[in-house]
Write a protein that binds this ligand. Structure first.
Ligand SMILES: [Zn+2]
Length: 182
C-alpha cells in the first residue's frame, strides 16, 4: 500500500462488546490510518463511548527506522536557526554545555530549531529547585546559553540520539551515525 492510499483513508467505526470503564455502556471502536509530517504513516485507534464521551487513544507509527545518532556542529550564529524534528523517544545532548535532555514519559515529538532547544533548556533551568543544584553552575550555564541565543557564535555540538531513527536536522552538515541505542 502506498502512502497516498493511506492518506485517503477515513476513520472507520465499529460497535464493540467492550464496556465503557466510566459509565458501563458499550464502546465504539474507531480506527484511522493517516499520515503526519516526519512520522509518515500512523494508525490511530480509539475507543469511544457515545453515551458519556469517554475516549482512549493509541497512536502507532507504522514505520520504524534503525536507531540513529545525529551530530550537528554549530559553527556560526546562523546555525542556531536550523530546523529540526525531535521524535518522541529521542534524547538530546550538548556535550560542551554538559546538557542532556531525556525524553519525558509523556513526551511528544516536536518540530523546532536549535534555538528552540536552547530556549527549552533555559526554561528547565528556571524550574530547577535551587537546593538540588549548584546555583553558580546553573547561572553560568544560563549566561552561556543566553550568549549563544544572542548570537555570540560560540561553537557547540547538538546530538540527537534516537532509538526510532525518525529525528531530522535540516542541514547538509549533519553527521548521521548508525548506533545501537541502549
Ligand atoms: Zn461511557
Amino acid at each position: 500500500m502506498s502512502n497516498e492510499d493511506i492518506s485517503e483513508e477515513f476513520p472507520k467505526e465499529f460497535d464493540t462488546e467492550s464496556i465503557c470503564p466510566s459509565c458501563g455502556k458499550k464502546l465504539t471502536f474507531i480506527f484511522h490510518r493517516t499520515k503526519i509530517s516526519y512520522e509518515e504513516a500512523i494508525e490511530i485507534e480509539s475507543y469511544f463511548c457515545k453515551s458519556c464521551l469517554y475516549k482512549s487513544n493509541e497512536i502507532r507509527s507504522l514505520e520504524r527506522e534503525e536507531p540513529k545518532k545525529l551530530v550537528f556542529g554549530i559553527r556560526n550564529s546562523g546555525d542556531i536557526r536550523t530546523i529540526l524534528y525531535r521524535s518522541p523517544e529521542a534524547r538530546i545532548e550538548i556535550p560542551e554545555l554538559n546538557v542532556d535532555i531525556e525524553p519525558g514519559e509523556i513526551s511528544t515529538g516536536e518540530i523546532t530549531t536549535v534555538e528552540g532547544v536552547l530556549q527549552g533548556i533555559l526554561e528547565k533551568i528556571d524550574l530547577f529547585d535551587e537546593e538540588d543544584a549548584d546555583v553558580e553552575v546553573l547561572r553560568n550555564l544560563k549566561e552561556r546559553i543566553q550568549g549563544i541565543i544572542n548570537g555570540n557564535g560560540e561553537n557547540f555540538t547538538l546530538v540527537i540520539d534516537d532509538p526510532r531513527g525518525k529525528s531530522r536536522i535540516n542541514s547538509s552538515r549533519v553527521i548521521i551515525l548508525r548506533h545501537a541505542a541502549e
